[in-house]
Design a protein around this ligand. Sequence first.
Ligand code: ZN
Ligand code: ZN
Length: 446
Amino acid sequence: MDSGILEKALKMLEKRPLCDHCLGRQFALLGHGVENDARGKAIKLALTLEAHALALSKTEEGIKALKILATNGFFETAKEILHKMKRRVPEKNLLKTCFLCENKFETTDDLAKRALKQLEDYEYNNFLVGVELPLFIEEREDEFRAEFGVGYAESMRTEFGRILGKKIALYSEKAVEHKKPEVVVLVDPFTNKIGLQVNPLFISGRYKKLARGIPQSKWFCSNCRGKGCEKCNWTGKMYQESVEEIIGKLFLDATGGAKTSFHASGREDIDARMLGKGRPFVIEISKPKKRFLDLKKLENDVNAYARGKVEVSNLKFSNKDAVRKLKKAESTQKEYRVIVEFENEITKEDMQLLEDKLTNSIIKQKTPTRVLHRRADLTREKYIYDVKVKVLSPKKVEMKIRCQGGLYVKELVTGDDGRTTPSVSELLKNRAKPIKLDVLNVVIKD
Ligand SMILES: [Zn+2]
Ligand SMILES: [Zn+2]
C-alpha cells in the first residue's frame, strides 16, 4: 500500500468506521463528475484488491486490511473474501454506524420526498437547499481531518446540500438556483427537520390615482398609532384606504401571500391626483403561494376593483434590485399641473414673467413648514425645466411645471413665508395659493 491516497484511506478506516460518502468526501477535490459515495466505494474496492493479493501471498498484512474493510469499511466484498479464505470476520461494528455522518446520508431520499411534500403548497420555478448541521458534527469532522492531514475534502454541509438539491430537482423538475432562489429548503439531517423559506415575489408597474384624498400608503392614526381609538373610530387609521391597500388586496388574493410592501418612486400629496402614465411602483408580496400569475388578468381585476380611485398598468415580474433603483430615482423629472388662485387680479405680463423667470431656474427650498415635524430642516436646490401658464379667470391660472423630482410644488406657489425662493407669490408680489394639484408624469430613466 504505497499510494498516498490509499494508504491514508486505510489508516482512516483502521481508526474509524466510515460510510462510502464520508470516506469519499475526504478526497472530494480529486477527480471530477463523481459523487463522494462512488469515490469512497472505489477506494474501498482498490484497497480490497490489494489486500486480497497480499492475503493470497500468505501475508498477514493483507488479512488485517481485509478485516478493517469488512468491519469499519462496511465492505461486503472484503467480508466474502475472508469467508472464502475461512478466516473469521470480527463481530465489531456490524451495527455499521458511520463515525462522521451517523449514516444520515442514507436518509437523503426520505428527506427530499418530505421536502417535496411541503413544497406542494407553493408555485416556484427554482429553489436552493440550505443545510443546518449540529455544531458537534462539524467539530468532529474538523478534528478528524486535522488528525489525518486531509487536504482534498469538501464539507459535509456542501455534500448534503448538493445531494438533496439533485434529488429535489429530479422529483420536482425544478432547477437549483444559487443566486436568487424563489424558495430555500432548510434541512437538518440530524434532527430530521425541514423548513421552507419562501422568498418574496416582486411585481412592478405604474399607478394612477384618479381621486383626491387617498394617501399613497397606509396612514396610521396619530393618536393611537394603529391600535384603534375613539378618534379614528377604532380603525387605527387616519384614512380608510390607501393606494397601497387598494392595490395590495388584489395582489394578496391572487398570490395567497402573507403581506405586501409597497415601494414607489416618490409620492404625491394626499389631495393631489397622480395622472398621465402613472407613477412607477414595485409591490413586494411575502410568502406567495402562487407565482405563475396572469398579470393582464390581475391588472384588469385591480382596475375593476379600484374603479374611479386607482388604476394600474404595465405590470411585470420584477426583483429586489428594481426596488433599490426606484428609491434612488428621486432625481428624475416630474410633471405637475397646479391650479393657482391669487389674492389680486393678474395681468398677461404677470403670466409672461412667471414663465420667463421660472423656466430653467433653480429653486431654493427649506423643508416646508407642513412636513418639518417629520423631516430634517434642510435647504434643497431643485431645477425647473419648464413652466407654462394659462389664465382661467382674473384671479386664477393653471400652471404646468416640469421639474426635478423632490420639488415641493405647493411651496413653490405660496413661498412658505420665504422658505422657498423664488416663488410665484414672491415674483408677482401677489399672494398665491394652490387650489388643486395633479401629478401628470413621472419620468424614470432605466
Ligand atoms: Zn458517513
Ligand atoms: Zn386611533
